[in-house]
Ligand binder design. Structure first.
Ligand SMILES: C[S@@+](CC[C@H](N)C(=O)[O-])C[C@H]1O[C@@H](n2cnc3c(N)ncnc32)[C@H](O)[C@@H]1O
Length: 223
């Protein structure tokens, strides 16, 4: 399920700044060791909920945090309109297209009007993916709906840490994330590619290694 870094990426920093004055509960999906949860709390967020499918990852977080153990999106639920912000960093690329679509719909339901989603995920443009960027562009040109699905990571990755990667992965870009967030009913404020400062140097390609998304839930009467 990847690695965790203390250094937050651009999208996560923006989540922390928003959470600080959101005045309501904020959720971190796939929180890992909770770097973004901690930063949000320190910045002034009043209620921080950490989710992860593995409860051992959340053991570093003390009683100031609420914990919600379970696999997103299937195993966790929140009341409709109850969350002020949702953050998902370095986790949505572990979801299948169907889980991603369903997960974004749940996120749209859980957010209160004006609430925001902040995403950081892996793009196809990392040197670790070998020849996949070319395959990705071929799939885009051929009209593939989810061109970033790498069924067998071992077909492309030769990195020494390959054994610690999942069998398959779903790489995302700004176009796909924007389309899926909009299909779920969210208003996209920003979708962009960037280099996350925590990304190991050996994965660098051309500055587009990471995808970020910020999207807002609109008031239902504004639809
Ligand atoms: C690469 S780590 C990222 C952790 C943290 N968000 C960060 O950016 O440092 C991915 C985390 O997501 C968790 N995870 C993976 N798939 C998940 C899912 N479907 N639902 C909830 N947690 C998940 C893993 O257990 C792991 O802790």
């Amino acid at each position: 399920m990847g690695w965790s870094k203390r250094r937050l990426g651009e999208a996560s920093e923006l989540f922390v700044a928003f959470a600080a004055s959101a005045g309501g509960p904020v959720l971190d999906v796939g929180a890992g060791y909770g770097a973004a949860c901690l930063a949000a709390l320190q910045a002034g967020a009043t209620r921080v909920i950490a989710n992860d499918l593995d409860e051992r990852h959340l053991e570093t977080l003390d009683a100031r945090f609420e914990k919600k153990i379970g696999r997103f999106p299937r195993e966790i639920e929140f009341e409709d309109g109850s969350l002020a912000a949702i953050h998902a960093a370095n986790v949505l690329h572990f979801l299948t297209p169907r889980q991603l679509t369903g997960g974004l719909r749940k996120i749209e339901r859980w957010l209160r009007p004006g609430g925001k989603l902040f995403v950081q995920a892996a793009s196809p443009y990392q040197s670790v993916w070998g020849a996949f960027p070319e395959e990705y562009l071929r799939r885009v040109e051929a009209g593939s709906a989810f061109p970033g699905v790498m069924e067998k990571v071992s077909d492309y990755v030769t990195h020494r840490m390959r054994g610690e990667m999942p069998r398959s992965i779903h790489l995302l870009d700004d176009v796909i994330l924007r389309r899926e967030a909009e299909a779920a009913g969210l208003v996209v404020e920003r979708a962009w590619l960037y280099r996350w400062c925590g990304l190991p140097r050996e994965l660098h390609l051309d500055g587009r290694e990471t995808v970020g998304l910020i999207a807002r839930k609109i008031h239902s009467e504004a639809r």
